[in-house]
Write a protein that binds this ligand. Structure first.
Ligand SMILES: Nc1ccc(Br)nc1
Length: 446
């Protein structure tokens, strides 16, 4: 369907066997279909990943931005037959407004830039890490949410912007141990399509639709692709020529077909020359079949893929020079990419590169008897005021329990607050890795 929740919302289910005192037998403890919880271990991995997203953004001088996860539905209503539209997580709110959980971040970025208007000095280099949503019939059992790292450069028409963005993704991959033997980028330009379609006088407004149909080329049978291309008004001749051009894997070959005058060739040549200067030539290859599945791209497009071909696209993006003007803003050139948090983790697992992000606590502080609980709190505060992490034992527990917990939380040392030492203004210290044990004056504790 069109993704609009046309059906009347079903009446709420009666709570499972609710007793008089509002107790239920047991609520469904799983998160909603297609969504994930992040308990501590998973959250540490996510934080490690997002820390690398943010570090690379900092290295490239980008500023962090964010937007509401809820947007007006109209921000995402495009008529190019995109999957992102079919799967829009949209609904009518209590104010009868059509709203949607954002399926991507770029339209929100465009909205904010138009809102800020002339007060912004271009170029902008903005990044965001945000949760994005889709409502897919659970038949496919796929996720309905993921986090995306987006980097966008606004106000730079030259392909130096795309070259910079690809460089930032290469830097990210290298930081986490992924090499050019693991991952590559397929690079092309939608201007290739434009130049072919113009030869066959295919109208401009079906350009977006043609791109979306072609993006499915590896997902549906080629006859289906041809049928859909015919339905948007392409002749058999145009379709054959187009599919022929899409199979080109070399710039030289492409130049033979399109000639040397067009912008597509010039842009791509410049991009590959800049890649040389950035030092990431081995990471990129020309591939005319890359179009990406978003209608608003207008120029260079790129997609990170795993060379073993086991996984879906890792990241992708491109130039979208008309998006701001389609929202009624000025004609400002823009390009950017999205990088999801799920495929990259699958790749790291494949490559045995998942980091061991254990819990790290410096101290576990424990009172040796119940009337020293206050003293233990004082010790914890002294250490925390020095910037040291402390797990303060909050109940009186046998030492065996304390050691077990100290091991589980990977504490570096155990601070024991006992009567005899405390009377002398001292505490016991045990370095858990070596077993070394000593007493020390509280003031000398660091
Ligand atoms: N756009 C989008 C949103 C959510 C997921 Br999961 N995948 C793609």
């Amino acid at each position: 369907g069109s993704g609009r929740s046309g059906a009347l919302s079903a009446p709420p289910l009666p709570p499972a066997s609710e007793g008089e005192d509002n107790t239920v037998e047991k609520i469904d403890v799983n998160p909603p279909k297609g969504t994930r919880d992040f308990p501590p271990e998973e959250m540490r991995l996510r934080n490690w990943l997002f820390h690398n997203f943010r570090e690379v953004s900092r290295l490239y001088g980008f500023e962090e931005v964010d937007f509401p996860v809820l947007e007006s539905e109209s921000l995402f209503i495009r008529k190019a037959g995109e999957e992102i539209r079919d799967q829009l997580y949209c609904f009518e709110d209590r104010g009868n407004r059509r709203v949607a959980l954002r399926p991507e971040l770029t339209p929100s970025l465009a909205r904010l830039i138009i809102q800020k208007g002339k007060s912004l000095s271009l170029p902008l280099k903005w990044f965001a890490v945000g949760q994005c949503w889709r409502y897919e019939r659970m038949t496919r059992g796929r996720r309905r949410e993921h986090y995306q790292w987006n980097m966008d450069i606004i106000g730079v028409p030259q392909v130096t912007a795309e070259a910079e963005l690809i460089s930032s993704m290469v830097t990210f991959f290298k930081r986490i141990g992924i090499t050019a033997s693991d991952v590559g980028f397929k690079v092309s330009s939608r201007k290739v399509l434009q130049e072919v379609l113009r030869l066959y006088s295919v109208s401009k407004d079906s350009f977006g639709k043609v791109c979306i149909i072609i993006d499915k080329i590896e997902k549906i049978p080629v006859d289906e692709v041809k049928k859909e291309l015919k339905s948007v008004g392409m002749s058999d001749m145009a379709i054959e020529e187009l599919l022929q051009v899409l199979s080109v894997r070399s710039l030289t070959k492409l130049e033979e077909i399109l000639g040397s005058e067009g912008e597509a060739i010039a842009d791509l040549k410049q991009l590959f020359s800049l890649a040389e200067k950035f030092g990431y030539s081995e990471w990129i290859q020309f591939d005319a079949s890359v179009v990406r599945g978003l209608a608003y791209y207008t120029g260079i497009v790129f997609e990170g893929f795993d060379r073993e071909g086991k996984l879906r696209a890792i990241c992708g993006g491109g130039r979208y020079d008309q998006l701001l003007s389609t929202f009624g803003g000025d004609d400002i050139p823009a390009c950017g990419f999205g990088f999801g948090d799920a495929v990259i983790v699958e790749l790291l697992k494949e490559k045995g590169l998942l980091p061991e992000v254990g819990l790290e606590v410096e101290n576990i502080v424990c009172a040796l008897d119940v009337d020293l609980q206050g003293a233990a709190a004082t010790v914890a505060t002294i250490l925390r005021d020095k910037g040291q992490s402390v797990d303060l034992v909050l109940e009186s527990k046998p030492l065996k329990w304390v050691f077990k917990r100290a091991t589980r939380i990977n504490a570096r040392r155990l601070i024991l607050v006992g009567n005899t030492e405390w009377q002398k203004g001292m505490v016991g210290v045990k370095i858990l890795s070596s077993g070394e044990q000593y007493e020390i004056k509280l003031d000398d504790l660091e």
